[in-house]
Write a protein that binds this ligand. Structure first.
Ligand code: NAG
Ligand code: NAG
Ligand code: NAG
Ligand code: NAG
Ligand code: NAG
Ligand code: NAG
Ligand code: NAG
Ligand code: NAG
Ligand code: NAG
Length: 479
């Protein structure tokens, strides 16, 4: 009712003429603060965030979420009729961020520098969608008197349901290119099949270089990926190719709003079902080519440790802890990557100490699974067949950097290392299934051959970390 009155008022005041500069572009959805580990159970606000950009400020913009409209079905068909009993929800406009760049220099590793002239407005809307079903429709009005752009979205259940398998897409290192387009075709098939993934875990490096041609390259990429990023919640972990201007550009473009007062994407966490996810921007520690800042390092290390302590106290609800990042801690085949462990060993220590299960990274353009590692060495595990690992005694690193870019040829294909479980170099993406409290499975789709690689299963009794710790593990010992 309130929404309806507001709409009428909006309509009456909306006398502005048609304005193409208010066409909503680069639409994506992310999970809202409702999924934050600190979220109070009492209410149900900020379930979802929808974001888009416009050329002008377009202060009349608004977004409405509706029960799913099933195309081709009569309004009084049972499905549509039942769905119509849910009320439309008007989004709360949280902010409109002006992105204004006037010739600032953007580079990658000090090379490929360009002056960027760019002006866009990024709109952030949040929604309270507690009574909504998983699948819904939303309409974005860039301007009051223009026809809306209409999308379908999928909202995951926050609470773990014991009998339901959760499933996420995971990939990084992606651009519009011959290999990247293979992956886009494969993802399109998933949309046609109406797959209800719980979200996309994007592991950094989009569009190579997003700032090219006055940052239109990034927008072209986001528009090409809009069918996916507007459909499944898109959780963006920054890559090293985003580090120019201290990540300011991507921090304006992507607000991962598990905390709406948070203005950067350096550390954020969210819970979906049985998994606690923590995304960490490791590039502030990458003293080779990254953005080193001791103050940010200190505050990030503190946030990460605090987050992992509370995640451990909450293992009963979320038995799995997954880290999202971009550059790996361990690697194989590239001469420069042996430095990563040296630079990131503080995270190696924290991930081990607090019993992180999986570190999902990218950066190397391949999909590679590692045996459990700690202090630059493999840790104990049992292996059944090639692809089933039991009770790894440290976290396992999984790289999903093969979504596809122009640099997919590797001279080190035949480099084998004892700490590598499996490797594949074709473009593709991963899907991560959480089967129950003790079992997860990684599937890899190969976009060149349209086939799935053999899945990797990991069974964990979550015991390895319940040893050398100061916090009281008795509290959650029995999962
Ligand atoms: C990739 O696909 C897009 C969209 O269909 C197309 O515009 C582009 O030319 C393709 N790029 C390559 C390198 O094939
Ligand atoms: C970027 O924009 C500036 C100012 O409009 C223009 O001079 C320049 O040519 C543009 N650069 C590219 C690569 O298009
Ligand atoms: C969000 O961040 C602010 C400032 O850092 C903090 O005071 C607040 O407790 C956080 N809220 C949640 C839900 O994490
Ligand atoms: C980066 O940091 C590591 C560990 O602190 C140090 O060993 C290494 O020399 C540093 N490298 C550079 C290029 O500063
Ligand atoms: C880590 O292990 C690799 C492979 O054995 C080795 O080449 C590298 O020197 C080690 N790094 C450190 C810092 O020990
Ligand atoms: C990788 O491919 C590019 C273009 O396809 C080619 O120019 C380059 O020489 C290749 N590099 C290697 C190491 O094979
Ligand atoms: C590495 O492993 C691949 C795949 O198992 C195998 O074909 C290749 O011969 C191995 N290379 C070396 C140098 O051992
Ligand atoms: C994979 O699927 C696409 C789209 O259905 C098709 O165009 C392509 O030929 C297939 N590739 C292979 C190797 O079968
Ligand atoms: C665990 O604790 C034992 C005994 O205090 C100690 O010897 C060992 O080094 C510790 N291991 C780790 C990884 O901290």
């Amino acid at each position: 009712m309130k929404a309806a009155i507001l709409l009428i008022i909006l309509y009456l005041v909306g006398l502005a003429s048609t304005n193409d500069n208010c066409y909503p572009e680069t639409v994506y959805m992310t999970l809202g603060e409702y999924y934050s580990p600190d979220y109070s159970e009492a209410s149900c606000t900020n379930t979802l965030q929808i974001s888009f950009s416009t050329v002008d400020q377009c202060s009349d913009s608004y977004v409405i979420v509706l029960p799913e409209i099933i195309e081709g079905e009569e309004p009084f068909h049972t499905n549509n009729f039942l769905r119509q009993t849910a009320q439309p929800v008007l989004g709360k406009k949280q902010s409109v961020v002006e992105q204004s760049w006037n010739g600032e220099k953007f580079c990658h590793n000090g090379k490929n520098c360009e002056k960027v002239y760019y002006k866009k407005f990024v709109h952030y809307f949040t929604f309270d969608l507690c009574s909504f079903q998983k699948r819904f429709t939303y309409k974005i009005y860039g301007n009051i008197d223009e026809s809306p752009r209409v999308f379908t979205g999928i909202l995951p259940q926050r609470e773990a349901q014991s009998d339901k398998i959760q499933e996420f897409l995971a990939f990084g290192d992606h651009e519009i290119s011959v290999p990247g387009n293979y992956t886009i075709s494969s993802l399109s098939k998933l949309i046609q099949e109406k797959k209800e993934y719980d979200g996309i875990l994007f592991l950094g490096d989009y569009a190579y270089e997003f700032y090219n041609n006055n940052a239109t390259k990034g927008d072209i990429y986001m528009n090409s990926m809009e069918p996916f990023y507007s459909y499944w919640p898109y959780m963006f972990s920054p890559g090293n190719h985003e580090d120019c201007q201290n990540f300011a550009f991507v921090d304006q473009k992507f607000h991962m709003m598990n905390n709406i007062s948070q203005q950067n994407n350096n550390v954020f966490s969210f819970n979906v079902g049985k998994v606690h996810f923590l995304s960490v921007n490791l590039h502030y520690f990458n003293n080779g080519t990254g953005v080193v800042d001791p103050q940010i390092q200190e505050s990030m290390l503190k946030s990460v440790e605090q987050d992992l302590i509370s995640a451990n106290l909450n293992r009963k609800n979320q038995p799995w802890i997954f880290i999202l990042g971009h550059k790996p801690i361990y690697c194989v085949g590239r001469s420069d990557c042996y430095d990563y462990y040296v630079q990131y060993q503080q995270f190696d220590r924290l991930f081990y100490k607090y019993g992180v299960d999986i570190f999902l990274a990218a950066h190397q353009h391949e999909t590679t699974k590692y045996y459990p590692m700690y202090q630059n060495d493999t840790m104990p595990y049992q292996q059944i067949k090639q692809n089933i690992i039991l009770n790894p005694k440290s976290y396992m690193q999984i790289l999903q950097g093969n979504a596809g870019c122009d640099d997919m040829n590797h001279t080190d294909v035949y480099y084998n290392a004892t700490w590598v479980l499996s490797r594949s170099f074709d473009p593709g993406f991963g899907t991560l299934q959480v089967i129950n409290d003790n079992l997860i499975q990684f599937l890899n789709y190969d976009s060149y051959t349209n086939s799935s690689l053999e899945p990797t299963m990991i069974y964990s009794d979550h015991s390895y970390h319940i040893k050398n710790n100061t916090i009281d593990y008795e509290l959650y010992n029995k999962i």
